[in-house]
Design a protein around this ligand. Structure first.
Ligand SMILES: Cc1ncc(COP(=O)(O)O)c(C=O)c1O
Length: 351
């Protein structure tokens, strides 16, 4: 223990990111990355990126990116904030909308495990809400908090909550609702209209998943102007670098490419889900680029370790609610076939 470090930081359980193996040849199905390259427009932008311009600071408001996002979602650029990944925007929301001492943050359990970490960093109270037995929406009557994160489709389950349920909650909840739509491009519907029509709802999106750009760290939020202005007041000044802004603008201007690779991932997802069900796995209906599964006749932790020793990395979240399951990111068809082959080999010994 170091007397110079704040008590809240000393006792903090930091976020545990999925493993990023360095240099090893593995099939990586643990952090919901995209198996396909980003839009060819990105390579063109990079080839053209004038090194001369890197002398200059980037636009502090990411104006060019906000304009493309505004066109995409039929809103004004002033209703958009761009962040260093959507993680930055989630942190800003807590800092802007939740009073330390009195304020509180709600989210479903299980959902994105970063939320409680951000709350601990900001030293604000958490009010998690337990999901139902099949990880479905379950909200107690008269529930209140200053801010609620709805992850839809949810991570790590892939389940998307019914839109009417979300809409009713947004209209009655007494605080700010942040809809974390990191995976929504793999889903049937989205809730961006709630952020452009209601006055206390924000939607966050990321280029890390469907746009295959986890490497540049770029996310954004859409919402009512007063809330976006509040977030702008407290963000780092130059929070998104010049190259990330250029690349994001190119990728967002080519939504057809994103839809093409997302369709491929959805087809692979359905094929893999059926193949796993045939092998006795419980597979939850996924609207994301991963599957939440319970293996038959073998513990999740044991299957995780066995796959890992064979060079296939999936994700296991220890814990009461999540420990019996694995989250498997959807890779290419070849990668998923390799996964199924590995499971069949393990099956001979265990199932
Ligand atoms: C639900 C959810 N929200 C946000 C993020 C973070 O996205 P970004 O890469 O834009 O910070 C993730 C990444 O895993 C996620 O699962």
């Amino acid at each position: 223990m170091n007397e110079f470090i704040k008590k809240s930081v000393q006792s903090l359980s930091a976020y545990v990111p999925g493993e990023q193996p360095f240099g090893a040849e593995v099939i990586k199905l643990n952090t919901n990355e995209n198996p396909y390259p980003p839009s060819p427009c990105v390579a063109e932008v990079l080839a053209r990126a004038a090194t001369e311009s890197l002398r200059l600071y980037p636009d502090p408001t990411s104006r060019g990116v906000r304009e493309v996002v505004a066109q995409l979602h039929r809103c004004e650029p002033e209703q958009v904030i761009v962040g260093n990944g959507s993680d930055e925007i989630l942190a800003l929301c807590i800092r802007a909308f939740v009073e330390r001492g009195g304020g509180s943050v709600g989210y479903f359990d299980p959902s994105y495990s970063l939320y409680p970490v951000l709350c601990a960093i900001e030293e604000v109270e958490t009010r998690p809400v337990e999901l139902g037995p099949d990880f479905e929406w379950a909200m107690p009557d008269s529930y209140a908090a200053s801010l609620f994160f709805i992850t839809s489709p949810n991570a790590p389950t892939g389940i998307q909550y019914p839109k009417p349920v979300i809409e009713k909650f947004c209209k009655t909840f007494p605080g700010v609702v942040v809809m974390d739509e990191a995976y929504v491009d793999f889903a049937r519907e989205d809730a961006i209209d709630l952020a452009t029509t209601l006055d206390r709802v924000l939607v966050t999106r990321t280029l890390s998943k469907s746009y295959s750009l986890a490497g540049i760290r770029l996310g954004y939020a859409v919402g009512p102007r007063p809330l976006i202005e509040a977030l702008n007041k407290i963000k780092d000044i130059y929070n998104v670098d010049r190259l990330a802004q250029e690349i994001a603008r190119a990728a967002l201007s080519d939504p057809e490419y994103m839809r093409g690779i997302s369709d491929r991932i959805k087809a692979t997802r359905e094929h893999t889900a059926n193949a796993l069900r045939k092998r006795g796995f419980t597979v939850f209906p996924s609207e994301a680029n991963f599957l939440w599964v319970k293996p038959p006749g073998i513990g999740a932790q044991e299957l995780f370790e066995t796959l890992r020793s064979g060079g296939i990395i999936v994700r296991h979240f220890p814990g009461l609610r999540t420990g019996d399951y694995l989250r498997i990111s959807i890779g290419s068809d070849v990668e998923m076939d390799r996964l199924l082959q590995a499971i069949d080999q393990i099956g001979m010994h265990h199932l």
